[in-house]
Design a protein around this ligand. Sequence first.
Ligand SMILES: O=P(O)(O)OC[C@H]1O[C@H](OP(=O)(O)OP(=O)(O)O)[C@H](O)[C@@H]1O
Ligand SMILES: Nc1ncnc2[nH]cnc12
Length: 237
Amino acid sequence: MNRAEKAALQLQAVSVLRMLKETRTYDELAELTGLPAGDLNRYVNGHVLPGVERAREVVEGVGRDALADELEARVRFDDEGYVDNSGVVFDQSFLDLVAPVAANTLNLERPDVILTAATDGITLGAAMASYFGARLAYAKKSKETAVEDFIESRQRLASGIELTYYLPASAIDDGERVLVVDDLIRSGETQELLLDIALQADANIAGVFALIAVGDEGTNRARELTDAPVGALSSFD
Ligand SMILES: O=P(O)(O)OC[C@H]1O[C@H](OP(=O)(O)OP(=O)(O)O)[C@H](O)[C@@H]1O
Ligand SMILES: Nc1ncnc2[nH]cnc12
């Protein structure tokens, strides 16, 4: 880890602690993290940065569980099992905290490009791209105007409806490492289309990550399509 990566991790831990502190006293935060309340006060107020190892523990350990709890508190299921996740995908600051946790828990190598599907994947994709210093590319269900060359991938869904995603061909170069992300994975049909687009671009798959997995059909399908790490922050039945 170089100096800049260490500093980014230390700042990330401070962001996680600040998020946790919003609804807790310092004593409660101390109990949750196992760190002394006085140290936590100095971190949250920005007077001192946590050491790199402490920062890693906060981001990988407490950070992941706390973010998953926070995500679960923010999503709503309707009577038919559909998810309203606007409380998550509309909150860029929350997603900025998810990116390093996803990177650490999936043990992802730095990708060149984050690939997602418009619409709801875009804010998570932007957070991941910013964290990794990677480009963001999003496939759309319609062709962008003035673009001549597209990679397109079409699939007939279980419903019988045909779905096509289009990506400007210039968005991914041969041999680039592509991390596929989306807000939600259920059937895995969207991930399959995105993986197909990445393969058509002759890219290498760095991983597949979703905020929310509904059931395990989608993640299993992604695992069949790639040997790269596949995971979600939270899974629901
Ligand atoms: O695993 P799957 O069954 O493919 O479902 C997941 C996809 O469904 C949702 O997108 P939707 O097609 O509703 O488009 P939106 O992002 O524009 O809402 C979601 O954002 C994922 O992209
Ligand atoms: N919002 C949603 N909830 C559950 N499954 C979905 N599949 C596509 N969008 C979905």
